[in-house]
Design a protein around this ligand. Structure first.
Ligand SMILES: [Zn+2]
Length: 283
C-alpha cells in the first residue's frame, strides 16, 4: 500500500477531532462540525461508525461508494444467499434498506454509481481516477453547502486493517484526496468486521497499533468513542435492519448484530464498549 500518502498534512486535523470529541462528551447539541463517513458499501458506515453517527454532534453525511446498480442478467453467490433473484434486485433492495435506515437515523446519505467488486469484471481493481474525482467533487459540494461548518471530518476505513479490496480502494482514494486538501480532517475508523479478522491475527489492539506505527512510521493517535447502552441498542437495531446483509452471515453461523456489539466490548472492555478511530501524526 502507498504509505507515503500519509504525511505531514494529516497532522493538522488533530485539534479539530479532539474539539468534536470534547463537544460530544459535554452533550452540546449544536456543532460547527460536518462529518462525512465514506462507506465502501451500503452498511459499512453503520457497522463501523454507527456510534459516531448516533452520538456525535454536528451535521452528518454517509457516502456509499460502491452502490451502483448492475445491469440485468447477473446473480452472484452472495445475491443468492441474500435471497435475491438477481444482482440488480439485490442492489435495489440494499438501496431501499439504506433509505429506511438513514431516515430512521436522520442522516443524509449519497449513493455513488460505482459497482461493487462482486459485480465488476476485475473485482480487485477499479477506476481509481473516477472514484477520486467523484468523492472529491462531492466533498467540495458538501463544504460549499455547509459554509457554517468549518470543521470537515472525513471518516474512512483504516487502510491497514481491512481485507476487502473495495474497502482498500475507498481508503486509498480518500487518502489521496486528503493529501491535497488541507481543509479535510481525515480520521480512520476500525473497519468492522474486517478489523476483527485482522485482530484475530494480531491478538490485541496494542499489538495492532504498534504494527501500524512501524508500518507507516507515523505516530498513531487513537480515539475511543464510548458507546452508551442506549447507543449500543440503537446501533444494533440499525445493523439488524440490513436484513439482506445479515442473511449471508447467518449462513456462516454469524449473527452480525450480536457480533458487532461483542466487538465494541472486545475493543475497549466489557464495562466500557466503544468504537476506535485513528489519526496519524507523521514526521
Ligand atoms: Zn463493505
Amino acid at each position: 500500500m502507498p504509505h507515503t500518502l500519509i504525511s505531514n498534512t494529516h497532522a493538522i486535523y488533530w485539534t479539530c477531532v479532539m474539539l468534536l470529541v470534547k463537544q460530544s462528551t459535554t452533550a452540546l447539541q449544536t456543532s460547527s462540525t460536518l462529518s462525512v463517513v465514506i462507506s465502501p458499501h451500503i452498511d459499512d458506515a453503520i457497522l463501523s461508525a454507527g456510534g459516531w453517527l448516533l452520538s456525535m454532534p454536528g451535521y452528518k453525511v454517509v457516502v456509499n461508494v460502491f452502490a451502483g446498480i448492475p445491469s440485468a442478467g447477473m446473480r452472484t453467490h452472495r445475491d443468492a444467499l441474500s435471497g435475491c433473484s438477481s444482482s440488480r434486485a439485490a442492489m435495489q433492495l440494499r438501496h431501499l434498506e439504506e433509505k429506511e435506515i438513514m431516515s430512521k437515523l436522520g442522516v443524509e446519505f449519497i449513493n455513488l454509481k460505482f459497482l461493487d467488486g462482486q459485480y465488476r469484471q476485475q473485482p480487485h481493481s477499479a477506476n481509481m481516477t473516477a472514484i477520486i474525482e467523484s468523492i472529491q467533487e462531492l466533498l467540495r459540494d458538501l463544504k460549499a453547502q455547509h459554509p457554517g461548518h468549518n470543521c470537515l471530518i472525513v471518516l474512512a476505513p483504516s487502510p491497514l486493517s481491512t481485507t476487502h479490496s473495495d474497502h482498500t480502494i475507498a481508503s486509498h482514494a480518500v487518502m489521496q484526496i486528503a493529501e491535497h486538501s488541507s481543509w479535510i480532517h481525515l480520521l480512520f475508523y476500525s473497519d468492522f468486521p474486517y478489523t476483527r479478522t485482522a485482530m484475530h491475527v494480531h491478538q490485541n489492539v496494542a499489538e495492532l497499533t504498534t504494527d501500524i506505527q512501524q508500518h507507516v512510521q507515523c505516530k498513531v493517535q487513537r480515539i475511543q468513542v464510548p458507546l452508551s447502552p442506549a447507543v449500543i441498542t440503537a446501533k444494533k437495531q440499525l445493523i439488524g435492519m440490513y436484513k439482506s446483509q445479515a442473511r449471508p452471515f447467518l449462513e456462516r453461523g454469524v449473527n452480525i448484530t450480536e457480533w458487532g456489539s461483542e466487538y465494541a466490548k472486545w475493543m475497549c472492555g466489557v464495562h466500557a464498549p466503544c468504537e476506535v478511530y485513528h489519526t496519524y501524526k507523521c514526521k
